[in-house]
Design a protein around this ligand. Structure first.
Ligand code: ATP
Length: 387
C-alpha cells in the first residue's frame, strides 16, 4: 500500500491549454479518494498522470515519498481499472485475470498464479465463469473480471477510471456497493474517477471536485454537501440540485422573487456592505410544508406563501415546484454565473421537498417554511460561498 502525493501537477497538451492546472492532493495510505467533475474537467488526465500514461508537464508526483514522475507505468506498481474494461477477447476469464502475473515473467510459478487467480475469482464471485470468454459474460461480470485483474497483483494502489459507466443503473448501484466493500476490506489506497455525483458521495472517504483542470474543493462527502466553497461545487453536489435564488438585501430581509426571507443572524455580518444582489443557496430539504414543521423549529426559519406550479409524489416524499421571474436588471450578470451550473441562464425554478402526506398541489398557493439556519449565500460576482 502507498500514499500518493500530487504537488502542483500541471498537464498541458499540444494546444498549450492546461487540462490539469496546479493540482495538489495528498492521498493517504489506504484512503479512497474520488475525483469528480463534469466532462472535460481533467479528471481522467490527472489519473493517467498518476498511473504514468500521460507525461507530467510540471509538478511532482510522489508514491510513498519517492518521486516517480519519470518512472514507467509498470514500475509504479499501480493497478488501473478502465471504463471499457480492456479485457482480451480471445482469452478466458482465467487467463485475463492471470495476465498481469504472466507479464512479470518468471516472478510467479504456475501454482502461485493459479492460487492467486482463484483467490481473486473467489473474492469476486467469478469461480463459475473462469473458462468463459469475455463476449459470453454480462456487463457486470466483465466489470468483475477487470477488477480481478486489478486485485490479482499486489499493487500499491487501485486507480479506477469511470469503471461503472457502461452498466445500467441497477447494476451500477450493485457494483458500487461491491467496490466500496472490496476497497474497505483490502484497505488499499484507491483513486476513483467519476462524473456521477452519487458514486462520488457514496464511495469515497474524500472527494476532490475539479472544474476546468482546477481543484475547487477536497473534503468528505458530508462537508462538500453542507459547506460547498462555491456555486460550482454547490450546484454539482446533491440531487435534486441546490436552488439558487437572487435576493436583494433590505435591512434584515432578503427580498426574493418567491417571498421575503429574514436574514438569519449568522448571515447578517457576512452580507453587510453588500447592498446589491446576492444569490441564496437553498437545498430542497431546507424547505417544508409549514403544516408539518415542529413548533420548536418554527422560530429558526421563515414562513412565507408561495405559488406552486406542480408537485411530484414519489411515495416516500414529494417535490413541489415554484416558478419565478428573474429580475431583468440583474439577469445578465447572473447568467454569467450560470455557466458554473452548466446552464445558459440561472434557473428560474425552486424545488421544495415536501412530506409525502402534504396536501400542497400544483396551481395553488401554500405556506412553506424555510430553515434559515442552513441557507448559503453566494457572491454574485465570484460565486464564492459567503456563509
Ligand atoms: P470525461 O469525463 O469526458 O472523460 P475528463 O474530466 O476526464 O472528461 P479529460 O479527458 O482529462 O477530462 O480532458 C481534459 C481536457 O483535456 C479536455 O479539454 C480534453 O479535450 C483535453 N484532452 C484530453 N486528452 C487530450 C489529448 N490527448 N490531446 C489534447 N487534449 C486532450
Amino acid at each position: 500500500m502507498a500514499a500518493i502525493t500530487m504537488q502542483n501537477l500541471v498537464k498541458k497538451y499540444d494546444d498549450g491549454f492546461p487540462a490539469v492546472n496546479d493540482v495538489s492532493i495528498d492521498v493517504a495510505d489506504g484512503e479512497f479518494l474520488i475525483l469528480v467533475g463534469p466532462s472535460g474537467c481533467g479528471k481522467s488526465t490527472l489519473l493517467r498522470m498518476v498511473v504514468g500514461l500521460e507525461d507530467i508537464t510540471s509538478g511532482e508526483l510522489l508514491i510513498d515519498g519517492e518521486r516517480v514522475n519519470d518512472k514507467a507505468p509498470r514500475d509504479r506498481n499501480l493497478s488501473m481499472v478502465f471504463q471499457n474494461y480492456a479485457l482480451y477477447p480471445h482469452l478466458t476469464v482465467y487467463e485475463n485475470i492471470a495476465f498481469p502475473l504472466r507479464l512479470s515473467k518468471g516472478q510467479f510459478s504456475n501454482d502461485e498464479i493459479d492460487r492467486k487467480v482463484r483467490a481473486a475469482s473467489d473474492t469476486l464471485d467469478l469461480d463459475d465463469h473462469l473458462e468463459r470468454k469475455p463476449a459470453n459474460l454480462s456487463g457486470g461480470q466483465r466489470q468483475r473480471v477487470a477488477m480481478g485483474r486489478a486485485i490479482v497483483r499486489d499493487a500499491d494502489a487501485f486507480l479506477f477510471d469511470e469503471p461503472l459507466s457502461n452498466l445500467d443503473a441497477k447494476l451500477r448501484g450493485q457494483m458500487r456497493t461491491e467496490i466500496a466493500q472490496l476497497q474497505r476490506r483490502m484497505g488499499i489506497t484507491s483513486i476513483y474517477v467519476t462524473h456521477d455525483q452519487t458514486e462520488a458521495m457514496t464511495l469515497g472517504d474524500r472527494v476532490a471536485v475539479l472544474k476546468k483542470g482546477v481543484l475547487q474543493q477536497i473534503a468528505s462527502p458530508r462537508e462538500l454537501y453542507e459547506q460547498p466553497v462555491n456555486l460550482f461545487v454547490a450546484g454539482f453536489i446533491g440531487a435534486p440540485s441546490m436552488n439558487f435564488l437572487p435576493a436583494r438585501i433590505e435591512g434584515n430581509v432578503f427580498k426574493t422573487p418567491i417571498g421575503d426571507i429574514d436574514v438569519p443572524e449568522r448571515v447578517q455580518q457576512k452580507v453587510s456592505g453588500k447592498n446589491d444582489i446576492v444569490l441564496l443557496g437553498l437545498r430542497p430539504e431546507h424547505f417544508e410544508d409549514s403544516k408539518f414543521v415542529d413548533e420548536a423549529k418554527v422560530p429558526h426559519g421563515t414562513t412565507f406563501e408561495a405559488e406552486f406550479t406542480h408537485t411530484e409524489w414519489l411515495g416516500n416524499q414529494q417535490y413541489g415546484y415554484i416558478q419565478f421571474e428573474q429580475d431583468q436588471a440583474v439577469k445578465h450578470k447572473l447568467d454569467e454565473l450560470a455557466k458554473d451550473l452548466d446552464a445558459d441562464e440561472m434557473p428560474s425554478q425552486v424545488v421544495v421537498s415536501l412530506d409525502a402526506s402534504s396536501r400542497i398541489r400544483g396551481g395553488t398557493a401554500a405556506n412553506i417554511w424555510l430553515d434559515a439556519r442552513r441557507m448559503h449565500v453566494f457572491d454574485p460576482e465570484t460565486g464564492e460561498n459567503l456563509t
